[in-house]
Write a protein that binds this ligand. Structure first.
Ligand code: FES
Length: 109
């Protein structure tokens, strides 16, 4: 059985949703499965839509590799403000160390 962790999403309306996330799924998959509507993910994780944009804090960003060139290119096209730790959630794979961290979603995708 796959390992599960607890992950928080702080939505653009200020509410926080706490969900179970499977290690190995992406942060985008987890949002879609839990009806986090702020994450649209039009392309289904193929890195061609930039509608799975999220914001990470410093501690959460440090858990992941830096975005690669393809993700950086797509981040140029995000609809909401781009911040220091803007990421595309389809490129973020849930890992045990992500437990109890909070992913922030932008006001539009
Ligand atoms: S779901 Fe389309 S780029 Fe992430």
């Amino acid at each position: 059985m796959s390992q599960e962790i607890v992950l928080n999403y702080r939505l653009s309306d200020g509410t926080v949703r706490t969900v179970d996330a499977r290690v190995g799924d992406t942060v985008m998959d987890t949002a879609i499965e839990n009806d986090i509507d702020d994450v649209v993910a039009e392309c289904g994780g193929n890195l061609i839509c930039a509608t799975c944009h999220v914001y990470l804090d410093d501690a959460t960003a440090a858990l992941f590799e830096e975005p690669d060139d393809a993700e950086l290119d797509m981040l140029e096209g995000v609809a909401a403000e781009r911040r220091k730790h803007s990421r595309l959630s389809c490129q973020l794979v849930v890992k045990a160390e992500l437990a109890d961290h909070t992913i922030e979603t932008p006001e539009r995708q």
